[in-house]
Design a protein around this ligand. Structure first.
Ligand code: DAT
Ligand code: MG
Length: 140
């Protein structure tokens, strides 16, 4: 079977703008299932680990700071090819050029470098999903 799990984050900008429900609505409307869901303010150590692949890049420190700037919503989402499928729902990284119809394309605003604000995170591969779910939801 091609049922997978992915880690989704509604980032602090999405939560602050009241878009949590809209993001979850799109996930559920697509037919994906929520397996775990939690509102929390993430400590820097968790965020540094989550974004370890970007350590050393110019946007790394501002990204970690932004992600810890307020509550976010962390979720484990399950479904057929959901890793690829949620990335498709989310749209590309830059909200200005993300295709309309996607979360970032419809709802994202230009992020004003160096602080990146594009509403959602989704794991980018089965290996990332396993690693990230282990970090955010050790019991799941
Ligand atoms: P994605 O979130 O689409 O997987 P990513 O993993 O390459 O993108 O980067 C993680 C986050 O870092 C991304 O959501 C926004 C921010 N970011 C990425 N590239 C950036 C850049 N060139 N300038 C500013 N922020 C950036
Ligand atoms: Mg990524």
């Amino acid at each position: 079977s091609s049922v997978q799990r992915t880690l989704v984050l509604v980032k602090p900008d999405g939560v602050a703008r009241g878009l949590t429900g809209e993001v979850l609505r799109r996930i559920e409307a697509k037919g994906y299932r929520l397996v775990a869901l939690e509102l929390r303010t993430a400590p820097a150590a968790l965020l540094e680990e989550h974004y370890a692949e970007h350590a050393g890049k110019p946007f790394y420190a501002p990204l970690v700071e932004f992600m810890g700037s307020g509550p976010l919503v962390a979720a484990v989402v399950e479904g057929d090819r959901v890793i690829e499928g949620f990335r498709s729902l989310a749209g590309t990284t830059d909200p200005t050029t993300a295709v309309p119809g996607t979360i970032r394309g419809d709802l994202g605003r230009d992020w004003g470098l160096p602080v990146a604000q594009n509403i959602v995170h989704g794991s980018d591969s089965p290996e990332s999903a396993a690693r990230e779910i282990g970090l955010w939801f050790p019991g799941v």
